[in-house]
Every structure is written in structure tokens, then in C-alpha cells.
Design a protein around this ligand. Structure first.
Ligand code: ATP
Ligand code: MG
Length: 180
């Protein structure tokens, strides 16, 4: 499964619609301090369902919406879409391409979509759980997170390994079933 593109609009410093196309091979994102490199990684985490404003370096979730500069007014909506090539059926879906979208308005309204269809956060999580791409997986290690993984409690570290190994989904389903 390959990441094809990322579309960011109104998220953090990306006021205008910005499309990043990922070419085959490795992609490096370079730029001066404060130019938005970490914001790109956070856009990826956000569209995949990140729920912690703090982990996105904010205090409330609406902090991800472009807050304006001295030249430009704040925006009312943040939108991020990420498109994967799924022709190898890495993710259990009939689609060759999977596009997930998350939107958040200042009013608090929030939506997720999978290939244009309104979805629940849980659907997004299930899609990516056990692909090694989950929020807590090793695939995304942000500034400071390496240390976090080393300092994690053994149970937390086990959770990360279980997600990468592909058993986490079953554990979650079991826990949910036990609660219901
Ligand atoms: P470094 O090399 O220092 O790690 P970076 O390229 O990772 O820098 P980021 O941390 O991604 O940079 O970007 C920080 C910039 O994003 C800051 O200028 C900050 O003001 C801006 N920013 C963050 N949130 C918002 C927001 N909601 N609205 C507008 N700008 C924002
Ligand atoms: Mg950074």
C-alpha cells in the first residue's frame, strides 16, 4: 500500500489548498524552521483520527484550524485528505484507491469520510489498525516521540508492538464485546 497524495487546506499554517504528491521511493520534506514540516506530519496524524489536541501541539482541537497571520484572516474550516493506492488490497477494501478526509469547523462540527462517504472515526481506525499505520505505530515518529517509546510503560510498549504485529484489532474487538 502506497501513500499517493496529501491534500491540506486550512490546517495549521496551510491556509491555501496544498497538494503533496508522493512519488515512488523515499520522500524527504525539507525547509527552514517554522516552515510547516511538522505540520505536514500532524496533518497525516490528524486525518487518521488523532484525538489529542496536545499531541498536535495545541490546547483545543480547533487550534489546528488556520488561525490567521498579520496579513491574512483566520479560516473557519480545516480539511485534510489522504489518498492511498490500495491496488495490492493491503487494506481490506474493494477499492483500488482509498481516500480519507477529515473536516473540522470552528462551530465544532466535525466529519470523516472514506472515499467520499460519511464515516465514523471508528471506521477510520478499523481501516488502518493492523496495517502498521496506526496512530501509535512506529510508522509515524514525531519529534520527541522516540524518547516517549523508550520511556513508555511496558504495557504501553506492548500495545505498540501488538498493533504493529496485527493482534491489536482483535483485542479491541474483544474488549468492546465484553463491555457490550
Ligand atoms: P522546525 O524545523 O523548527 O521543526 P517545522 O518546519 O517543523 O519547523 P512547524 O512546526 O510545522 O515547522 O510549523 C510551525 C509554524 O506553523 C509556526 O509558524 C506556527 O505559527 C504555524 N502554525 C501552527 N498552527 C497554526 C495555525 N492554527 N494557524 C496558523 N499558523 C499556525
Ligand atoms: Mg518540526
Amino acid at each position: 500500500m502506497k501513500l499517493k497524495s496529501l491534500e491540506i487546506s486550512g490546517f495549521k499554517s496551510f491556509a491555501d489548498k496544498t497538494i503533496i504528491e508522493f512519488m515512488p521511493g523515499m520522500t524527504g520534506i525539507v525547509g527552514p524552521n517554522g516552515s510547516g514540516k511538522s505540520n505536514i506530519i500532524e496533518a497525516i496524524r490528524w486525518v487518521m483520527g488523532e484525538q489529542s489536541a496536545k499531541d498536535l501541539r495545541g490546547t483545543k482541537m480547533s487550534d489546528v484550524i488556520f488561525g490567521g497571520t498579520n496579513k491574512r484572516n483566520a479560516l473557519n474550516r480545516s480539511e485534510v485528505s489522504m489518498t492511498f493506492d490500495n491496488s495490492d488490497r493491503y487494506v481490506k477494501s474493494e477499492f483500488n484507491e482509498i481516500r480519507i478526509t477529515r473536516k473540522l469547523y470552528r462551530s465544532g462540527e466535525s466529519t470523516y469520510q472514506i472515499n467520499g462517504v460519511d464515516s465514523r472515526l471508528r471506521d477510520i481506525h478499523e481501516l488502518f489498525m493492523d496495517t502498521g499505520l496506526g496512530r501509535e505505530s512506529f510508522s509515524i515518529i514525531s519529534q520527541g516521540r522516540v524518547e516517549g517509546i523508550f520511556n513508555a510503560k511496558p504495557e504501553e510498549r506492548r500495545g505498540i508492538i501488538e498493533e504493529v504485529a496485527g493482534v491489536y484489532k482483535y483485542k479491541q474487538n474483544k474488549e468492546r464485546a465484553q463491555k457490550e
